[in-house]
Design a protein around this ligand. Structure first.
Ligand code: NAD
Length: 526
């Protein structure tokens, strides 16, 4: 399942060009290897061994074509979780005593393996969740870069072990040391199945914790690939354990286990916020929850409308709007509304929709029938309460009938409509006219969520005001590559405010690894 070939250019989410022939040839080879592996059986990974689950198996089919079985997967239960937690507890003392430099060496090897296997892992991910090739390859590279970047932050902070001041008595030596909590549970979502597992696991483990990882049941294959890379890099048995299965059994068992010292969850607001409120019982346990978004773009009358339309189209419809950072609401100055809609519709109607494994299609399916239903319900409401400017249909012609394909959809609605509040996770963006930047900012901030936001304006004063007043963790100004999407490790810190995240510290940035440790002060007198 590996290929050593690496592209010469780095694919990121801001990569706009899709014309590197060498890259396409490498990807086609990855697709071939991936396709040959479809249909296999995959197991859990506990204490360094691949093992069956105690609750049987489950099957995953690709959203691209539901006739194609991706594989069967071991279904774990609460007992498997406890075994995995026990293995992680046993492994943790030796792992935390392993010098942090040695821990980083193993993790950097894992990052290299992920990059080397980028083509097959990317193709597996494309089959699994329906990403197009640049999105899939970008995510695999992001996973590797997250580990590399976090390792660099650990080094820059000298392993978080620092001498402190002395009050005049030379016989007293004081230090402050960040030390691991113990065992972290890592629960990841379907939409970034590799990056949002590799980042948390990499950070937890380099900090000296051990991990029990549960992937989304929609995207277990990418979880397997990641765990395989960690194992092949030489992580000792028990440091990373992996249990597949439903959220309401395996996920619940993880969050209620007494053997778990901290949890990092990425997923929806409903599940994440409930987990946040219930996780601590005997004493506070660290609980990093990264949740959903309803991310606004503001377009003022001083915007470059061509740039705005391009950025909105890319962020609203890239990966079918199934990014936590997707741009799902637009507040545009009434004076430029019609021209923005014209440009946005023009660009949206040029989007090619189909099997995203194939080079010619930019937009693949949504993840499942429920996502199609949410999209169709939203379209029905928009037809009734506003106007559909573009798209709206469920596509069922020919091969598309066997997958979950919908048209990218631009609608106009009054700003108070529920479709400006609820996260849909589908290729659907709602536009409302506003009279001023003040109105746009007030509407943008009137949300449970606060993940990403964007503005298009050529006026520095407006931009300054946006940066000062908007309530969100990740801001973009005049970005053609994406109005609200496309963060990269070490480049854009990525974390939510309000109902989008719990800690106020972002991923992809220099404060992340420290969240997996607790501070201890050492005062030693000679
Ligand atoms: P989800 O909440 O349905 O599931 C996320 C994970 O939680 C899955 O592994 C699931 O099995 C598990 N889970 C479900 N019920 C559980 C329970 N009771 N206890 C413990 N675990 C449980 O989310 P999803 O559909 O996989 O992902 C999409 C969501 O994730 C969107 O809301 C999106 O905005 C959000 N997201 C946020 C970020 C971010 O960085 N803020 C990034 C990606 C996705």
């Amino acid at each position: 399942m590996t290929t050593d070939a690496k592209p010469r250019i780095k694919i990121t989410y801001a990569t706009l060009r899709n014309d590197n022939e060498e890259l396409h040839a490498l990807y086609e080879a990855g697709v071939q290897a991936s396709t040959a592996g479809l249909g296999r059986h995959h197991r859990n990974f506990i204490d360094g061994l691949w093992v069956e689950g105690s609750a049987g198996t489950f099957e995953v089919r690709t959203p691209i074509d539901t006739d194609i079985v991706l594989g069967t997967f071991a279904r774990g239960d609460a007992g498997d979780v406890e075994q995995a937690v026990d293995a992680a507890r046993r492994a943790q003392p030796a792992w935390r005593r392993t010098p942090w430099q040695d821990r980083l060496t193993i993790l950097r090897r894992a990052a290299e393996l992920i990059s080397e296997r980028q083509m097959v892992y990317g193709a597996d991910m494309a089959w699994e969740v329906g990403k197009n090739r640049l999105e899939a390859l970008g995510e695999v590279e992001e996973a590797a870069d997250l580990i590399r970047y976090y390792a660099q932050t650990m080094e820059h902070n000298e392993g978080y072990d620092h001498p402190m001041d002395n009050l005049g008595d030379a016989s007293v030596h004081t230090r402050t040391v960040l030390r691991p909590h113990g065992v972290f549970a890592v629960i990841s979502p379907f939409n970034f199945p590799m990056a949002l597992a590799a980042g948390p696991i990499g950070a937890a483990v380099m900090a000296g914790n051990t991990v029990v990882f549960k992937p989304s049941s929609t995207s277990p294959l990418t979880g397997i690939n990641l765990v395989q890379a960690f194992a092949d890099a030489g992580l000792p048995a028990g440091v990373v354990n992996f249990v597949m299965g439903p959220g309401d059994t395996v996920g619940e068992a993880l969050q209620t286990s007494r053997g778990i010292d901290g949890i990092v969850f990425t997923g929806s607001y409903d599940v994440g916020y409930r987990l946040y409120k219930s996780f601590s019982t005997l004493w506070p346990r660290p609980c990093i929850v990264e949740m959903g978004g309803k991310n606004p773009a503001i377009v003022t009358r001083k915007a470059d409308l061509e740039e705005a339309a391009e950025g909105i189209m890319r962020s609203a419809f890239g990966f079918g709007g199934q990014k936590c950072s997707a741009n799902s609401r637009v507040y545009v100055d009434a004076q430029v509304h019609d021209e923005l809609i014209r440009l946005l519709v023009e660009k949206t109607e040029k989007i090619s929709i189909g099997n995203p494994i194939s080079r010619e299609y930019w937009l693949g399916p949504v993840i499942d029938a429920k996502a199609v239903a949410r999209h169709q319900q939203a379209v029905a409401e928009a037809r009734q309460d506003g106007r559909v400017f573009s798209g709206g249909e469920h596509l069922t012609d020919g091969d598309l009938a066997r997958g979950f394909y919908v048209e990218p959809t631009v609608v106009g609605l009054p700003a108070g409509h529920r479709l400006f509040q609820d996260e849909l996770f589908a290729p659907f963006t709602a536009v409302s006219k506003v009279g001023s930047l003040s109105e746009a900012l007030a509407l943008a901030n009137d949300s449970t969520y606060g993940l990403t936001a964007g503005i298009y304006s050529e006026d520095p004063g407006e931009v300054e005001r946006f940066l000062d007043e908007i309530e969100a963790g990740v801001l973009y100004v005049n970005r053609r590559a994406g109005a609200t999407t496309g963060a990269w490790p070490g480049v854009q810190a990525f974390g939510g405010w309000k109902g989008s995240g719990s800690t106020g510290k972002a991923g992809l940035s220099m404060y992340y690894v420290a969240q997996f440790m607790r501070e201890q002060s050492h005062t030693v007198v000679d």
